[in-house]
Design a protein around this ligand. Structure first.
Ligand code: NAP
Ligand code: MG
Length: 495
């Protein structure tokens, strides 16, 4: 065991209570209620967190509205840019504080969460770079007389950002980038499982010079998210989470015609052709599904392997999986930590037990880990089922845990059809050395990302999002900021 030597409990956790962050200040929930957050590796209590209800959400929305109506939205581009760049510099200097809070609450290894620093800083610099590029058009028209027309781009207004628990700090940054770049304001609702880094991130925004009320955080349960999505003075909801809650959000948004973007779940196919480079494809197939203990929306949970290499591939994959270390998130040798909560653990074990009673073959893992220091944590072995059929539950539903379903296929036409035979369409990957196969697959798959000979590539300049029940809207990329802007047509009759 090589426990990360420099580890110290963060200063942030020494506060007696974690409060809401509204209008640039920490304030208790009006009801005085709190909820607990615990370390999923040990079961230890980490903190008590203010539990927002409708009345707190209303205060936060008023604060965001006041900030939106203030000087923020008319601030010169170069001033807003400076603030985003300050925030990027703070990420460079202090991201490890956010990463530590995520490790303690989520259970992801510290050696992995700290790697989020580069992406966080790069995202903020990317959105800073987009600020001066926001522009309308001068458009010709055929109106009689001498009439000119042009468009103005204006920030949409108050945004509710509702987040899941599987990558909390990175998610806060991803949501804040386009909000700050466009001149919108935001109320963020982190998951009740992982609230801490969002609260610290909001304080870092203030330190960077973000005006009070522009970034607010309300912590609490789903009810706080529902209060936000029902609030008449919220203009847009940027939701990342499960498809079930995404549907509720869209229904709630309809009454006041809020703009909505929804990044939802997935059951992504990872497709290996017989000509693939197996030395790359085998470890990548394991990372694709086991990274973050399987708690990644774009995880490659359906592994399709061409029949002629199926046995060889699975043998190598199982051998590789046995070398992966599940353990203490503070140990630098650990590859994967626990899953986030007892609830999630029970859900995952339910899927595993169900599959054990089917004709699928258990090839690796399949158990909860309950001895040698794992007693009080939510640890699950990396699990592989072989000979899975398309209609089995583990081939259809998002498990959100370290469980891989492997399926055989023969032809390209067949695998396109089977890969698309799902309600989801978030991501996919294809392993082949054949150019034609790579292009045909990337055209044939109905998903927001197709990774060829790689997995889980993300970049601030490349859009990410879903087809079908995986949602709509694209985060990152040159057009993301458009989701935060309205287009106004201006007509001027010169006669
Ligand atoms: P979730 O249960 O849908 O929760 C997401 C957020 O919505 C949480 O903050 C939750 O609060 C809140 N919420 C719950 N009920 C609500 C309601 N009725 N109205 C408004 N908000 C409500 O998802 P999760 O379990 O946290 O996260 C896992 C899911 O997120 C997976 O399905 C995963 O695929 C998806 N995900 C997608 C992406 C992507 O980019 N496509 C990225 C990451 C995760 P509480 O936590 O307090 O209940
Ligand atoms: Mg927890």
């Amino acid at each position: 065991m090589a426990r990360i030597e420099s580890f110290e409990m963060p200063e942030f956790l020494k506060r007696s209570e974690m409060k809401l962050y509204i209008d640039g200040r920490s304030i208790a929930a009006k009801s005085g209620k709190t909820f607990e957050t615990r370390n999923p590796a040990t079961g230890e209590l980490l903190a008590k967190i203010a539990e927002a209800d409708e009345s707190d959400v209303d205060i936060a929305v008023k604060s965001a509205r006041k900030a939106f109506d203030g000087p923020w939205r008319t601030m010169k581009p170069i001033e807003r840019q400076k603030i985003l760049l300050n925030l990027a510099n703070i990420m460079d200097a202090r991201y490890s504080e956010l990463a530590t809070l995520d490790t303690l609450e989520l259970g992801a290894p510290l050696s992995k969460t700290v790697l989020g620093k580069n992406r966080a800083a790069a995202l903020l610099r990317y959105y800073a770079g987009q600020i001066p590029l926001v522009r309308g058009d001068t458009l010709s028209n055929s109106a009689p007389g001498d009439v000119i027309s042009h468009t103005l781009k204006e920030p949409i207004g108050v945004v509710a950002a509702i987040n899941p628990w599987n990558g909390p700090a990175g998610m806060s940054v991803w949501k804040a980038g386009p909000v700050l770049a466009s001149g919108c304001t935001m109320i963020m609702k982190p998951s009740e499982e992982t609230s801490l880094s969002a609260l610290l991130f909001a304080e870092m925004c203030s330190e960077a010079g973000v005006p009070d009320g522009v970034i607010n955080v309300v912590t609490g349960h789903g009810a706080a998210g529902a209060a936000l999505s029902n609030h008449p003075d919220v203009d847009k909801i940027a939701f990342t989470g499960s498809t079930g809650v995404g549907v509720k959000i869209m229904q709630a948004a309809a009454t006041s015609m809020k703009r909505v973007s929804v990044e939802l779940g997935g059951k992504s196919p990872n497709i290996v052709f017989a000509d693939a480079n197996l030395d790359k494809a085998v470890p990548a197939a394991a990372r694709a599904v086991f990274a973050n203990s399987g708690q990644i929306c774009s995880a490659g949970t359906r592994l399709f392997v061409q029949s002629e290499i199926y046995d060889e591939f699975m043998e190598k994959l199982v051998a590789h999986t046995k070398t992966l270390i599940v353990g203490d998130p503070l140990d630098s040798d650990t590859h994967f930590g626990p899953v986030v909560s007892k609830l999630q653990l029970d859900k995952i074990m339910g899927y595993i037990e169900g599959a054990k009673n089917s004709s699928a073959k258990l090839l690796a893992g399949g158990h909860r880990m309950t001895s040698n220091g794992f007693e009080n944590g939510n640890f699950v072995e990396p699990t592989i089922f072989g000979d899975v059929e398309d209609d089995m539950v583990i081939a259809r539903e998002e498990i959100f845990g370290p469980v891989l379903s492997a399926l055989r296929f023969d032809t390209i036409e067949e695998v396109i059809e089977r890969a698309n035979n799902t309600n989801f369409g978030l991501a996919s990957a294809v392993w082949t050395r054949d150019l034609a196969t790579a292009h045909r697959m990337s055209r044939g798959i109905r998903a927001g990302s197709v990774w060829i000979n790689c997995y889980q590539m993300l970049d601030p300049n490349v859009p990410f999002g879903g087809y079908k029940m995986s949602g709509f809207g694209r985060e990152s990329g040159p057009h993301h900021i458009d989701d935060y802007l309205e287009t106004k047509a201006v007509w001027i009759d010169l006669d």
